[in-house]
Design a protein around this ligand. Structure first.
Ligand SMILES: *[C@@H]1O[C@H](CO)[C@@H](O)[C@H](O)[C@H]1NC(C)=O
Ligand SMILES: *[C@@H]1O[C@H](CO)[C@@H](O)[C@H](O)[C@H]1NC(C)=O
Length: 353
């Protein structure tokens, strides 16, 4: 081969390599900018990691424009609360919180009255998901209560549910908790069925300061696996065999805006609540256990936000519920009762002039 031929070949090879390099480089840049154009969509998937392997769930959808209209300034949140210290829990920036549609209003009155009784100086948030105007007037007259209206009609999940009750309420609850977390470091969510019979919350705040800030206070007799529609796992993957071991914690909890709890639980809970197939894949609310088998068999019903938060908590705490559950009921610290009906244990305190 002559020197000239060798030189020509070398030049060709060089040009080829540069071209191939540029081609792939361009392609990669294009892929990257595509991913950006698709916005957060491509990133809105929950990844469950365990034993060095990772499973990623189906994509969630976030309509940021709508969320802004609903009062969400930034999603996901990027500023978090400082570490929790159980010595000073009474001074931390937390609020009690509940909410109701018109049909559970009567039950919620005694829940609020029991908070006022044992925590007379604490702030209580009350979210209105469709109260009648006379009910609104009443809520606004209660001491320590801040009334907030959350109109549900234009959320996609509510449309996909044909606005049917009570299903939209389960989504509304999670949306509202996340809404409140913007303004408070901690939120203590209580369903209309809770009644305080004591005022010592130290066991809750002790656990919260140990675990980053997520504590459940009451538990079911069956597993979460038995009352979770399989579709929910497509969005929130988990180890179902581990879920069969754990009794389902009820969706009443203290949640603190630490980076860990927000990024592993609260944020994904919100995305799940905004997706009908994640939060409400079945409209069968009635769970029955004809075989008296409470842990290992799916019985065909679904428990909505409770199903979702049980998966996220179990995953985050590696299936060790002693890390996120303290019994505040009769068998434990005897601080709360659950009453799924209207009661009048206490008089609600009124403060309107
Ligand atoms: C993960 O590892 C633990 C401990 O090594 C083991 O008990 C468990 O079965 C593993 N889980 C999975 C899903 O592989
Ligand atoms: C909502 O209504 C549509 C049309 O009637 C129906 O196909 C769909 O199954 C309904 N969805 C729910 C969740 O009820």
């Amino acid at each position: 081969m002559t020197f000239r031929l060798r030189l020509t070949l070398a030049v060709y090879i060089f040009i080829c390599c540069v071209t191939i390099h540029l081609f792939f480089k361009d392609n990669k840049a294009e892929m990257d900018s595509d991913a950006m154009d698709n916005g957060q969509k491509s990133e809105l998937r929950y990844t469950w990691r365990r034993n060095g392997s990772a499973v990623t769930g189906a994509p969630f959808h976030l309509d940021m424009e709508l969320m802004r209209k609903k009062g969400f300034k930034e999603l996901p949140l990027k500023t978090f609360a400082k570490d929790l210290n159980d010595e000073n829990w009474e001074n931390i920036d937390f609020t009690f919180m509940t909410g109701s549609s018109a049909n559970h209003f009567q039950e919620s009155r005694d829940a609020v009255a029991s908070i006022q009784k044992f925590f007379p100086d604490k702030h209580i948030l009350y979210y209105d998901w469709g109260l009648y105007s006379r009910q609104v007037e009443e809520v606004k007259s209660w001491c320590s209560v801040e009334y907030r209206k959350m109109v549900l009609d234009d959320f996609a999940v509510v449309k996909d549910l044909n606005h049917s009750m009570p299903f939209v309420i389960y989504a509304a609850k999670i949306i509202s908790i996340n809404h409140a977390l913007q303004d408070f470091d901690g939120v203590f969510w209580l369903d209309a069925s809770v009644r305080f019979i004591g005022g010592d919350l130290r066991p809750i705040f002790k656990k919260a300061s140990e675990n980053g800030g997520l504590v459940f206070i009451s538990r079911q007799f069956h597993s979460s696996y038995s009352v979770t529609h399989p579709k929910t796992y497509e969005y929130l993957p988990t180890d179902k065999d581990q879920l069969k071991r754990l009794k389902q914690v009820e969706a009443m909890y203290f949640i603190y805006k630490s980076e860990k709890i927000y990024q592993n639980v609260a944020w994904w809970l919100l995305l799940c609540a905004l997706e009908k197939e994640c939060v409400s894949p079945s409209l069968n609310l009635k769970c029955s256990f004809p075989l008296k088998e409470y842990m290992n068999t799916y019985v065909g019903c679904h428990r909505y936000d409770q199903a979702a938060v049980n998966i996220l908590a179990a995953n985050h705490f590696d299936y060790d519920d002693s890390r996120y559950y303290v019994c505040m009921g009769r068998q434990g610290h005897n601080t709360i009762l659950i009453r799924r009906r209207t009661t009048k244990m206490y008089d609600v305190q009124m403060c309107t002039e």
